[in-house]
Design a protein around this ligand. Structure first.
Ligand code: ADP
Ligand code: MG
Length: 600
């Protein structure tokens, strides 16, 4: 277990222990409540932090958990009086609270999984709006579904069994689970998808599956918080689980830092202390003979101000992206990510064909035909240069050949297998790696994590290169802990290549990898690209505007002009091809033009 987690756990235990020994019922109550809120905010943080999608809907799941736990533990006589129409299977039982919480957790994890599968298909704001819908629907169901609830009236008489120590235990469990998940291979790929879903998919990550898993775990923790909430308060009604609660939980998470488990705990502490303080002065007080009048709503105003100040001064929250461990200089970041090994059958499977074939692709954007009936094959052990004027369809071709872009006609086959369109994850698994014209890294993850995310997503041979080997291959050795967005342009482009290499590709498609590089960096890059062909036997599709470089490195060169493939041949043939010179340079001779081009 990581030191930061141990420190948090010890602090929780000490607070709970001191409260148990010394405090009266009022403070015990507040402390228990605090720990339950920690469970809820950490649970919400698992979703918001790992998927990057804000949820307004978590209180809905908390409500279902609270009601289910209450129904399971209420004494039968009380239950018959409160909810006479309950089905017998629920009405005639009264379970031990621990069993009830277990059942609640499993039931809510199942619901969370199903809803997570649906929500994971949505991106960003749409997903957030969907969670808002869930909150409103659930609230209406709770008020209207009087068979299982008491409508808007409160359910009461639930045994109040939660002590500060029990609540602290739950908070510690939530912190351990959240921290473990965040740094597990599933958490890593989810965080990668949070940073850039398109790049994640092109790196072999199954974005939807990872989001659904994040949602499920987050809902399971929320269910734990909801169940404990019922067993702590003993009385509650649907209004407890509505916008006010959504606001408080999100405020705590945002103030603490949405992507950090430590931040979630810190946020709960700060907002709880602030609210408790303001609640005491809210009814008004005397100080030095001066009477300060009552200020109703002060607690909410204070929380809102804390939220606004955070968003203004420190948008990523108190802890930012960091955990406690990141501040402890003696703690080394996790380095345990391993690739899953391919089975023997898969190793000798279709991969040995090693051919990326694009056949008859046509792609239209509204009125623009970006590609018209383009066929091109990429072999192993070759660099295929792809050139053409701006807007000639090079990037579109690369995106069709890597499963990012759907097309209107044609097929793409990888190693003899026809690929489904718009399924970049499948392309990555079939051995097609790529980089992007506009760099798309997992910006706020470290160099190491950028490569690791792709490495854990795609299985490979047991002797495939490790993360350290891949990084040294692209001259990024020793940069493991740098955050990707802090790298220079040249380093970022090389990191993109490293990430693609982590998927053990047979083919590497590079979209203007030398763009924005100086001549030293370009030369360094050219060496890397050649060694990937000569040493590793990769088939490389290389798009670049640096024509001398393309002509020097490529075995074959293909030329696109206005979506048409106008020539494919050796660099010498391309240099002399009149159609190419006309399209690319105007009417002068190739050598004159090449000189002019190089001079600029
Ligand atoms: P290149 O990479 O050769 O510069 P692109 O493949 O980016 O060219 O673009 C080819 C053509 O398709 C251009 O006319 C461009 O405007 C159009 N195009 C590319 N992407 C899109 C898009 N997402 N939506 C609409 N048109 C696009
Ligand atoms: Mg382009």
């Amino acid at each position: 277990m990581k030191p930061g987690v141990i420190i948090l756990a010890v602090v929780c235990l000490v607070i709970a222990g001191l409260t148990t020994v010394f405090a009266g019922p009022a403070i015990s109550n507040t402390v228990s409540n605090f720990f339950i809120v920690v469970v809820l905010v950490v649970g919400l943080g698992v979703h918001v932090g790992n998927s990057g999608i804000v949820s307004f809907g978590h209180p809905a799941f908390m409500a279902i958990a609270a009601y289910l736990t209450a129904i399971l533990v209420l004494p039968v006589a009380r239950k018959k009086a409160l909810m006479p129409n309950l089905p017998d299977i629920l009405g005639d039982i009264s379970l031990n609270p621990v069993v009830a919480i277990m059942i609640t957790l499993i039931f809510l994890a199942l619901i969370g999984g199903l809803i997570g599968l649906a929500i994971s298909r949505l991106n960003g704001a749409s997903a957030t709006i969907a969670t808002l819908g869930l909150l409103i629907i659930t609230h209406s169901l709770l008020v209207g579904g009087t068979t299982f609830t008491r409508g808007a009236q409160a359910v009461y008489g639930v045994p109040k069994v939660v002590t500060p120590l029990i609540a602290a235990g739950a908070a510690i469990a939530a912190i351990i689970l959240a921290d473990w998940f965040k740094y597990s291979r599933w958490g890593l790929v989810a965080r990668a998808a949070r940073e850039d879903a398109v790049a994640a998919a092109a790196s072999g990550i199954s974005v939807q599956r990872s989001r659904a898993l994040v949602f499920t775990i987050s809902i399971a923790l929320t269910a734990l918080g909801g169940g404990l909430f019922a067993l702590h308060l003993g009385v509650f009604s649907p209004k407890e689980f509505y916008f006010n609660l959504t606001f408080s939980l999100l405020a705590m998470l945002i103030v603490g830092g949405g992507t950090s488990t430590t931040g979630a705990v810190a946020g709960v502490a700060i907002i709880t202390l602030l609210s408790e303080g303001l609640r005491r002065v809210e009814p008004g007080f005397d100080i030095g003979g001066v009477t300060v009048p009552a200020l109703f709503g002060l607690t909410t105003i204070g929380t809102s101000l804390a939220l606004i100040c955070t968003l203004y001064l420190r948008p990523e929250g108190l802890m930012g992206l960091k955990e406690l461990d990141d501040h402890l200089t003696w703690v080394r970041p996790l380095r345990g990510y391993k690739r899953k090994n391919l089975s023997r059958a898969a190793l000798s499977g279709p991969k040995h064909l090693r051919l990326l074939e694009v056949h008859g692709i046509t792609k239209r954007y509204g009125g623009v035909t970006a590609l018209q009936d383009v066929s091109l094959a990429l072999n192993p052990n070759e660099i295929l240069g792809l050139i053409g004027p701006n807007g000639s369809g090079k990037s579109t071709f690369l995106s069709c050949a890597s499963g990012i872009q759907a097309f209107d006609e044609g097929t793409v086959q990888v190693n003899g297998i026809a690929m489904r369109q718009s399924d970049p994850t499948a392309f990555a698994h079939a051995g097609v790696g790529r980089t992007f014209q506009n760099i798309r890294l997992f910006s706020r993850l470290s160099v190491y994590e950028n490569v690791a995310a792709a490495l854990v997503a795609v299985p490979g041979a047991a002797d495939a290169p490790s993360i350290a080997q891949i990084l040294s291959r692209v001259n990024l050795a020793g940069m493991d802990d740098r955050i990707a967005e802090t790298l220079s342009y040249g380093q970022q482009r090389r990191l993109e290549i490293a990430r693609a290499l982590a998927t053990c590709p047979s083919f590497l498609l590079l979209d203007e990898p030398a763009a924005g590089m100086n001549s030293t960096e370009t030369a360094e890059l050219a060496n890397i690209i050649c060694s990937l062909r000569d040493v590793d036997g990769l088939g490389i599709l290389l798009i670049d505007h640096d024509l001398p470089m393309i002509l020097r490195l490529s075995n074959r060169v293909a030329v696109l002009n206005e979506g048409h493939l106008i020539a494919v041949g050796s660099p010498a043939e391309i240099r002399e091809n009149p159609k190419v010179t006309a399209a690319y340079f105007g009417e002068r001779s190739a050598d004159q033009n090449l000189e002019a081009y190089t001079a600029t």
